[in-house]
Design a protein around this ligand. Structure first.
Ligand code: ZN
Ligand code: ZN
Length: 239
């Protein structure tokens, strides 16, 4: 049973607390005392977690944890997706704050959620999904790079934020169908380092169709990467 207030009440609270952030020591979502954590225990317990049974490759929830139809039909270039949450309220709001609110405290929280989701894997290198330089200039912040930096410290795995580049500024993926998304990101990335045999953990905030992560994984595998795992804060499920 949900112990959260009505979603609208929460939304109002969010609008009130962003972009300035909640009072120190209080929950980002409901402003209750959180003992200096980002979220209070109640909000944390109520976050939409990824179900235990999901596609091992793309993290889409499936009935018995089997591979999903999309991965069977057209296997992605990445081996697995690790995700603590579903992209649903209020995780979508937290990610929005991370992307546009420049809240490093949120990046810190996100990295620790990812660290827990990734702790059983074996990786040689952490790489954030790169932003195009023009996009980075307007936004001033690559949330994936920030998460990757903190995750690298936590997991004691080196981070490489310069070898994988976004060389084409693509249209936003939102609103495009899978086939269009795949075409949209074709040729968008380049890798300028030989990564022979490396097991790479690729970091992004949300995985929707996986088209962008798949294109990165394809480029990385052309540069010798032996295995790409994707870690995202949330898996979006299109209804
Ligand atoms: Zn709360
Ligand atoms: Zn799948």
């Amino acid at each position: 049973m949900s112990i959260l207030p009505h979603p609208q009440t929460l939304l109002n609270a969010l609008r009130r607390v962003w972009p300035g952030g909640p009072p120190p020591g209080s929950c980002l979502l409901c402003a209750a005392d959180s003992d200096n954590a980002l979220l209070c225990a109640g909000c944390n317990d109520d976050l939409p977690r990824l179900p235990a049974t999901h596609c091992p490759q793309c993290a889409l929830p499936t009935t018995h944890g089997e591979r999903c139809g999309a991965c069977l039909k057209s296997p992605p270039h990445f081996a697995r997706t690790l995700a603590p949450f579903l992209y649903d309220f209020p995780v979508d709001r937290i990610i929005h704050a991370l992307k546009y609110g420049h809240q490093l405290v949120v990046a810190d929280w996100a990295a620790h959620q990812l660290a827990a989701a990734c702790r059983d894997g074996v990786f040689d290198l952490i790489m954030p999904l790169p932003l195009h330089p023009a996009r980075l200039r307007t936004r001033g912040f690559n949330q994936s790079a920030e998460i990757a930096r903190i995750l690298s410290n936590t997991l004691k795995i080196p981070v490489d934020r310069s070898s994988l580049l976004r060389v084409r500024d693509t249209a936003p993926q939102a609103g495009l169908a899978l086939k269009e998304r795949t075409g949209n990101v074709r040729g968008a990335f380049e890798c300028r380092r030989d990564l022979a045999g490396a097991r790479v953990l690729l970091i992004d905030d949300v995985l929707t169709t996986g088209a962008t992560a798949n294109e990165c994984a394809r480029v990385l595998s052309l540069h010798g990467v032996s295995e790409v795992s994707v870690a995202v804060l949330a898996r979006a499920v299109q209804h």
